[in-house]
Structures are given as structure tokens and as C-alpha cells.
Design a binder for this molecule. Structure first.
Ligand code: SF4
Ligand code: SF4
Length: 157
């Protein structure tokens, strides 16, 4: 009899814990629905992908190449990014620039995202602030590997 009572007691305790979690989570979920933000983010179910997730500003997302005011890439083809890249996934074609101040510009700049590990070394190494990883684009699933090879047009687009 005592054993059966103990068993029943554990069921009641378990039900109370479940109910407490349900009520607390529902409370925070309703606050979120009416636009009141709290620190209890875990209590709110994200409706992804219908509601996109917020990416922190410092998050390393898809690369982009920065442009000068005249529309040309800021990159001067110093090759530091390609040299420092641990995945060896940056390929740059250099072309001579008529401007002696610039000397070279990339006629093509390819980043193979199939191999990129998003370490951010290329961004840190660049002396011209020509490459950044601040697009906020993190949805990089593709149907083919070729779609993950980003060229100059895609990186400046
Ligand atoms: S983030 Fe890292 S792996 Fe990707 S291209 Fe830059 S240096 Fe290479
Ligand atoms: S480090 Fe910067 S300037 Fe040098 S090749 Fe890479 S993107 Fe261009």
C-alpha cells in the first residue's frame, strides 16, 4: 500500500512540474505575442522559416566585396586573403589597372563556399577592408555545389 502511494505521489509531482513549465512558457509566449520582449528567449518557439531569425551583427555570414565610389572593387589583389585562407577556397584573377595608385584590380574573385569554414581570416587579413562577412545571409543550402561557388558578380551584387 505504501509502495503504491509513493508511486502515485511521483505521478502527481511529475504532473505539477509539467504544468508549471507549461504555464510559465505560455506566459512568456503571450508576452512575446503582444510585443513585450523578455530575457526568457528559450520559452518562445521561433516560427522559422516563416519568421526569419535575427543574426547578431558580429556574426560571420556570407561574404561580400566592398566597392569604391567609382564602382570598382576596393580589392587591390594583394593576395593576403587567399594566402591566409586555411581552406584554400579563394581564387583571384588580377588585371592591371590604368590608375598607378591602384595598379591591380580583380577581373574575377571566386570564393568556393563548399570549402569555406567561415573562419573570417580573409576579412581580418585584408588591408583595404575590401572583403566583409556582414551580409546577414546564413541560409546557404543549395541544390548543387556549383551554386555555392561565388564569383565577382555575386560577391558584389
Ligand atoms: S572565411 Fe576562412 S575559409 Fe572562408 S574564405 Fe575566408 S579565410 Fe577562407
Ligand atoms: S586581402 Fe583584400 S585587397 Fe588583398 S586580395 Fe584579398 S580582398 Fe583583395
Amino acid at each position: 500500500m505504501i509502495k503504491q502511494f509513493g508511486y502515485f505521489l511521483e505521478i502527481v509531482k511529475g504532473s505539477l512540474i509539467t504544468t508549471r513549465h507549461f504555464v510559465v512558457n505560455m506566459f512568456f509566449h503571450i508576452l512575446n505575442l503582444v510585443g513585450i520582449k523578455t530575457k526568457r528567449k528559450g520559452a518562445v518557439t521561433r516560427q522559422y522559416p516563416e519568421a526569419p531569425i535575427e543574426v547578431a551583427r558580429r556574426h560571420r555570414s556570407l561574404h561580400r566585396l566592398m566597392l569604391r565610389e567609382d564602382g570598382k572593387p576596393r580589392c587591390v589583389v594583394c593576395m593576403l586573403c587567399a594566402t591566409v585562407c586555411p581552406s584554400e577556397c579563394i581564387f583571384i584573377e588580377a588585371t592591371e589597372d590604368p590608375d598607378p595608385e591602384i595598379q591591380k584590380y580583380p577581373s574575377n574573385f571566386i570564393i568556393d563556399l563548399n570549402r569555406c569554414c567561415f573562419c573570417g581570416f580573409c576579412v581580418e587579413a585584408c588591408p583595404e577592408d575590401a572583403i566583409r562577412m556582414d551580409t546577414g545571409e546564413v541560409e546557404l543550402a543549395r541544390y548543387s555545389r556549383g551554386d555555392l561557388v561565388y564569383d565577382l558578380e555575386k560577391l558584389t551584387g
